[in-house]
Write a protein that binds this ligand. Structure first.
Ligand SMILES: Nc1ncnc2c1ncn2[C@@H]1O[C@H](COP(=O)(O)OP(=O)(O)O)[C@@H](O)[C@H]1O
Ligand SMILES: O=P(O)(O)OC[C@H]1O[C@H](OP(=O)(O)OP(=O)(O)O)[C@H](O)[C@@H]1O
Length: 188
């Protein structure tokens, strides 16, 4: 297994770009990598990623209690990163979460060593992938495609990965980015 430090990584990018698919593929290649299971106010039946479904009221209670190290809202949903991820980082294990571009500045302010990995793909590819995924309604897909253009906040550095082509190409780039030495090289 490649050597990895207890570093926190956020994979970000527009809806349908392949973040969850890439995360799962990277975890198969890097058994020491912890994928963060997010708490989301989305129905448990929605499928897709492995997440913990909760109500807005429960989310608010847990947030007030300090259960989340990071949290944000998008697509009419609330998302939380459970504080237990700190145990993995303290134990020297790297952790990767599916993050939001819009909250990267705040996340980096809180975790200066956070590495952002920005995945992109051409707009027509995003549209086709969202339609094929089938998790959202046509209206929700249109809203996600409109948000696809926001890009990274100004001044935020990230490792860039293009997932317009074969999945394997992007998986290899992600696995390289998750190994500290190659991550540093591509950040220069
Ligand atoms: N390189 C790729 N080529 C073809 N299909 C892909 C590729 N990457 C992801 N997909 C597919 O695109 C859809 C959206 O991927 P997903 O991982 O759910 O994206 P995100 O988490 O970024 O919204 C899924 O159906 C996935 O299987
Ligand atoms: O600020 P943005 O970069 O636009 O991100 C907003 C949200 O979109 C994604 O959510 P989610 O995984 O629920 O949706 P997706 O699978 O369609 O990307 C991402 O994980 C963020 O939670």
């Amino acid at each position: 297994m490649p050597e990895m430090a207890g570093r926190l990584y956020a994979i970000v990018g527009p809806s349908g770009v392949g973040k969850d698919t890439l995360m799962r593929a990277a975890a198969r290649r890097l058994p020491g990598l912890r994928l963060v299971r997010r708490v989301i106010t989305r129905s448990a039946e929605a499928g897709g990623e492995d997440f913990e479904s909760t109500s807005e009221a429960d989310f608010a209670r847990r947030l007030a209690r300090g259960d989340f190290i990071l949290h944000w809202q998008a697509h009419g949903l609330s998302y939380g990163i459970p504080a237990d991820v700190l145990d993995f980082l303290e134990a020297g294990r790297p952790a990767l979460f599916n993050g939001s571009r819009a909250m990267l500045a705040e996340a980096k302010a809180q975790f200066p060593a956070l590495e952002a990995i920005h995945v992109t793909a051409r707009p027509e590819i995003l549209a086709a992938r969202l339609a094929a995924r089938g998790r959202e309604s046509a209206e929700e897909i249109a809203a996600r495609l409109a948000r696809a253009k926001i890009g990274l906040p100004p001044g935020i550095k990230a490792i860039e990965i293009d997932n317009s082509g074969p999945l394997e190409t992007a998986v290899e780039a992600l696995v390289a980015a998750l190994q500290p030495e190659s991550a540093k090289r591509s950040m220069r």
